[in-house]
Ligand binder design. Structure first.
Ligand code: FAD
Length: 192
């Protein structure tokens, strides 16, 4: 497999990270990295080939859990923390349980809630390098047998099964996400 060299930037603020990510183009992709679980899988499959990675883990304060008014989770809070934080467990049991049942202990230690919500489809076609390169037809029979995670490409809606386990609990709790960057600055959107 060919190796792709890329630049690495340790971001120190959300604004800096958003500015760097805004420079991304199709030819020179700039991609955020949190725990790296999904990102590295996609890079190893050759589905993503960043020109530059922006490491978010060096931004201070994004790993905080605040239970003062409702619940506020920084984007870098890990699934393990959501599972084991006593306040979250006492007051948002469905969320704690969902985070604690996702993946494996090793993955939960590294996986962040931001990256979890933004992970790509688990669709066999999307994940398999055969789909993206020569030999795409070979996937046909396997895809017909196991189709519960399939995504539909090239349509104007995002037609896929969302892979995140915590997302279901967050939507049930009517959670919102604060998004940074973009032309109009930061904004809050309902997770649903
Ligand atoms: C064996 C295995 C089993 C799994 N089982 C489950 C399961 O049962 N349930 C489940 O929910 N998940 C499961 N997963 C998926 C796993 O939980 C996710 O891959 C992980 O949560 C991603 O988080 P991360 O911090 O590593 O994200 P990364 O891999 O770092 O990032 C994922 C994506 O989000 C983007 N991103 C990350 N953070 C931000 C941010 N703050 N702002 C903007 N963009 C961002 C990245 O650019 C990338 O595109 C499994 C994974 C494995 C390997």
């Amino acid at each position: 497999m060919a190796m792709n060299s890329f630049e690495w930037v340790d971001a120190t603020t959300v604004e800096q990270a958003a500015g760097l990510l805004a420079e991304s183009t199709e030819q020179r992709p700039v991609i955020a990295k949190a725990g790296g679980i999904d990102l590295l899988d996609l890079m190893k499959e050759g589905i993503l080939a960043p020109m530059r990675l922006v490491n978010l883990k060096t931004i201070r304060g994004l790993d905080e859990v605040d239970t003062e008014n409702g619940l506020s989770l920084g984007a870098l809070v890990t699934l393990d923390r959501i599972d084991n934080d006593p306040q979250v467990r006492a007051r948002y049991l469905a969320l704690s349980d969902a985070a604690g049942h996702a993946a494996t202990p090793q993955v939960r230690n590294a996986a962040t809630i931001g990256g979890n919500l933004l992970q790509r489809p688990r669709c066999w076609y999307f994940r398999h390098d055969h789909f993206h390169g020569e030999g795409a037809d070979e996937m046909g029979s396997r895809g017909a047998d196991e189709n519960q995670h399939h995504a539909i490409f090239d349509n104007d809606k995002n037609a896929m099964v969302h892979a995140s386990t915590p997302a279901t609990a967050l939507v049930a709790y009517d959670a919102s996400a604060e998004l940074a960057g973009g032309a109009n600055g930061s904004r809050v959107v309902k997770l649903s």
